[in-house]
Ligand binder design. Sequence first.
Ligand code: 1PR
Length: 540
Amino acid sequence: LACEREVTLLDYGAGNVRSVRNAIKRCGFAIKEVESAADIANAERLVFPGVGAFGQAMDILEKRGYTQALKDYIQADRPFLGVCLGMQLLFEGSEESGGCEGLGLIPGMVTHFDTSLGLPVPHIGWNDLLQKRPSGLLSHVGDRRVYFVHSYHATPSPENAGWVLATSEYGGEFVAAVQRGNVCATQFHPEKSGAVGLDIMRSFLDPQFAAQQAEAAAPNGRPRGLAKRVIACLDVRANDNGDLVVTKGDQYDVRETGSTGEVRNLGKPVELAGRYFEEGADEVTFLNITGFRDFPLGDLPMLEVLRQASEGVFVPLTVGGGIREFTDAAGRHYSALQVAAEYFRSGADKVSIGSDAVFAVEEYLARSGAKDGSTAIEQISRVYGAQAVVISIDPKRVYVASPEVTTHFTVKTSKPGPNGEQYCWWQCTVKGGREGRDVDAVQLAKAVEDLGAGEILLNCIDNDGVGQGFDCELVGAVSDAVTIPVIASSGAGAPEHFSEVFQKTRAAAALAAGIFHRREVPITAVKEHLNSSGIPARTA
Ligand code: 1PR
C-alpha cells in the first residue's frame, strides 16, 4: 500500500528531474519510482515531469506499456501533476514531432511559438499567470511570476475551456496550467519557480495546505509580462590548495595583483548560490573557468557542487566549462553528450559551451553552413532540447578604420579606438580568452542558433570586472542577429547599467558577478530599479 506521504514519480530518464525530486522532498514527501504500469495504477499521487521531445516521450511511454495505464489513471480522476511536456502530452498532439499524437485527454494541438513576432524563442523566464477560475492549486500564488522554458505551447479554446486553469501572454495567450478535478498540469516549472513554485507543489501534494480561497490577487501596478532576468554568475576554479572557490577576474585575470599572485577567493560555491537564490536571483550560473584544460568529469567537486546546490536552489542552474568530448589518461573516450549528461544528472538545467562552440562553428563554416549532426551543440540539443544548450561567447573588441578592411561583422562605434578607428568587430576567443580565433561574435551567434543552441551568454572580455556597464554595442549587434534569447554579461557596476542594456538592446537577461559577490548592489535593488524604469522584473 502506498504510504501517506509518498509521491509516485514517472521519470522515463530523458533529462534532469533532480530538481523535481528535490522540490518534492523539500515539501516533506518521499518518492517512489514508476517501474511498471502497475506502479501507475497503484499510485496515491502521481507526478509526471515531461522532459525531452514530444515524440520521443510518447515512444518511451508506449514501449514501456505506460500509455494506457496513464490514461486510465487520469480518466479515473486520481491525483496527477504533469509538468511542462507532462502537460503538453495530455493534449491531442504536437507540431514538435511532426504532428505526433498525444494522450488525447484535452482538446487541442501543441504548436510552436510564432517566431515572426520578433520575440525570442524559446520563451524562457518568469512570466505572469492569468488565473481563469479559483483553484486550490494556485491559491498561494498571489501576484508572483512563475518560471517557463519552452518553444511549444497549447492554446486556450472553447473546446478546452473546461480544463484551462490559467494562461500567460507571450505574443498571444497560451495555456499555462490546466485542471479538472484531481488532475492538474502546468506548462511552467513549479520546481524552478522559487518560493511560489514550492507553494504550488505543496498545494498539489497536500490539499490541506491549498487554501480554499482563491481569487487571484489584484495586480499591484508593476510592469507585467515576461520579466527581464537578472542572473548571478559564479566563476569557479580550484585555488592553489586544490579547493574549489568562487573567483572573479578583471578582464579574465583572476589572480591577485602583488607578490602573492593567488587566485582571488570570493567564497564557497554552494553557499553563494544559496545566498543568491534567497536574495532573488532569477537564475544561477556556475562557470568552471579552467574546464578547458582539465577533464570536467575528473573534477568531481564540481558535480558535487551542483548536487548540493540543487537541493536548496529552486531556480534554474546553468553549468559551463569543459563541455566537450574528451579522452582520459586511461584512453577512455567520453562524448560531449556524456559529459553534459553527467551535469544534467547532477542538477544542471542547462549546460553552457564555450571553446568547443567556437571550434564547432569553424567546422560548420568550412562546410558552408551544412549541419552533419557531429557537433556537441546538435547532439545535446537533440536529446535535451534547445533550451538546455547555452553558448558562452568570450569576445574581444577589435578596432578597424573601415568595414572594408575585414570580412567580419562591424559596427560604427561611439567609442573610437586608440588610433581614432571608427569601427569595430568582436573576435571570439577560446580557452578563457587566451586565444583569439577568426570568427566574430555575430557570426558565431547565428551559426550556433542554426546548430540548435537555445540561448547565448554574451560575455565581453574588455568590460569584464570593470564595472562601467555592459557593452551595449556588442549586445545590440548580437541580439539583433538571432531569435534565441541573449544574456548580456560583463561590466555591471550599478542598477542603471541593467536598465541601460534592456532599453538599448533586445537582451532577455543580464548577468553579473563582481557587484553581487562584493555586496556592492543587492539583487533586489537592481530589480526595483528595473520595475521603476518600466522594465518588468521579478521582485517576489
Ligand atoms: O571554454 O567551454 O571550457 O568554458 C569556459 C567558461 O569559463 C566560459 O564560459 C568562459 O566564459 C569562462 N571563463 C574562462 N576563463 C574565465 C576567466 O575569467 N578567466 N570567466 C572565464 C568568464 C565571465 C563572466 C563573468 C562576467 C560578469 N567570466 O561569466 O562572470 O563577465 O562579471 P562582472 O559582473 O564582474 O563584470 P569552456
